[in-house]
Design a protein around this ligand. Sequence first.
Ligand code: ADP
Length: 260
Amino acid sequence: MADIFTLGIDMGSTASKCVILKNGREVVGSSIIDSGAGTTGPQRAFEACLKDAGIEQGQLSNITATGYGRNSFEAADFVISELSAHTLGVHTMYPQARTLLDIGGQDAKVMSIGESGRLENFLMNDKCAAGTGRFLEVMARILEVGVADLKDLDAKAEGTISISSTCTVFAESEVISQLAKEADIPSLVRGINASVAAKAASLVKRLGVKEPVYMTGGVARNTGVVRALEKELGTEITVSEIQQINGAYGAAVYGYGKVR
Ligand code: ADP
């Protein structure tokens, strides 16, 4: 029988992600472009993913879109919510997962997942930049580093300079005044990561921590935030092997379900 290829595209607020699945399981192509919905990001991610898999668009059985900009991808055959995509993605790869925390560029979501993979409950923070990737982007810009550098700086910290403001704008002024005092940058970064973790942890606690806990989204790539979250929640957190592309993976899994 011919192989079945399905493509999932996650049009996030900050990044566009794509996954191509072969026969519903094997990831044969993926891409991440650091531009989100409303830009050329989704189309570029789509083309990069086909190239990565070494296949043509005509070989795809179907395309499923998810994410913030999911309704604007014209080539999509199906559209599913981010909550569905993330739940399906993590359940397919890690059937044992009972709690999933996804922190993206503009929101944080926590999902409670049943044994059969059903989404039992969820909470979302999409009202405030604190506790999301946006907070880290703002701080990285002031520190003149990339968001990808925050984990290594955190790992070098010997202390923590706590950020007391929970509002991103006030926290930004706080970090600027710390810089003016020539504060130790790694300790400051640890405080910044801890601030995101504290905010996300309160969301998880409100929903209830059901173990084992998994994490996805771009911010899961920042091990400083993950370690701080483990401390806040008093539990181990497993970062999905496909962190930032879990939503796109879930969308491609959904598309495969539609083929059979
Ligand atoms: P969205 O789906 O909302 O676009 P993502 O899940 O793609 O969001 O996550 C984007 C966020 O991930 C960024 O705001 C940034 O904070 C973080 N991020 C992206 N790349 C990295 C990286 N290499 N290391 C650490 N954090 C990252």
